[in-house]
Design a protein around this ligand. Structure first.
Ligand code: NHR
Ligand code: GAR
Length: 213
């Protein structure tokens, strides 16, 4: 069984989906940069070790990332899972774990990298939105794509209703991506992820049903 470290900053609903998915992984630790993250209490309640590396205690990004890497290394994970982790990581951190860090991003990349994705999607008038699980590379939100899930955007949507529709799909997509990684089904070739799972040709593209709000 592979072991993973989950990095969070907040609520932890993706962490909950991962915990509930009965994946062939051992969660060695949940680490948060934010001591107030609700996901920490969830992890503790499920018997998962937790740690806080508060970015505000460090004078620079490299200093924060060095301590974070030290705490991650102590758990010897095969995979680092960013689940609502809100700090951009330095190239040095990414290089250290190349090919072993994945992120879930709340848009259909390469559209809307960065923050405030749901508000920006509404402002652009897109009719389809969603989420992406990708390998993390130094270029923010541009790594090889493992799985995407699409949802419709409705005229009556607010940032909150759209975020909730996307989040429900995040909770399907992230466990699927982690399962493939754990089973050794993912091979990265340049910008592309080759998936050797027999059913992946269907499951790499999730489409949520169109149900009016
Ligand atoms: N690091 C690298 N190098 N590459 C990526 O692709 C990364 C990453 C770190 C985090 C998640 C990402 C997302 O899915 C992620 C991908 C934070 C910011 C950000 O601007 C942007 C993208 C992501 C995460 N953070 C601010 C910062 O100054 C802080 C914002 C806040 O605290 O609210 O780091 O969206
Ligand atoms: C999720 O929507 C995730 O995609 C997004 O934050 C939310 C975290 O929710 N991630 C980012 O915006 C990364 N910058 P959660 O804490 O309930 O999993």
């Amino acid at each position: 069984m592979i072991s993973i470290v989950v990095l969070i900053s907040g609520r932890g609903s993706n962490l909950r989906a991962i915990l509930d998915a009965d994946l062939p992984v051992r969660i060695a630790a949940v680490i948060s940069n934010n001591p107030a993250a609700a996901g920490l209490a969830l992890a503790r309640a499920r018997g998962v070790p937790t740690e806080v590396v508060d970015h505000r205690a460090f004078a620079s990004r490299p200093a924060f990332d060095e301590r974070l890497a030290e705490r991650v290394d102590a758990r010897r994970p095969d995979l680092i899972v960013l689940a609502g982790f809100m700090r951009i990581l330095t190239d040095a951190f990414i290089a250290r774990y190349r090919g072993r860090i994945i992120n879930i991003h709340p848009s259909l990349l390469p559209a809307f990298p960065g923050l405030d994705t749901h508000a920006r999607a509404l402002a652009e008038g897109v009719k389809i939105h969603g989420c992406t699980v990708h390998f993390v590379t130094p270029q923010l939100d541009h790594g090889p794509i493992i799985i995407q899930a699409a949802v419709p955007v409705f005229a009556a949507d607010t940032e909150q209703t759209l975020a909730a529709r996307v989040l429900a799909q995040e909770h399907r997509a992230y466990p699927a991506a982690i399962r493939w990684f754990a089973q050794g089904k993912l091979k990265v070739e340049g910008q592309k992820v080759l998936n050797t799972d027999a059913d992946a040709r269907f499951e790499q593209a999730l489409l949520s049903p169109v149900d009016a709000p």
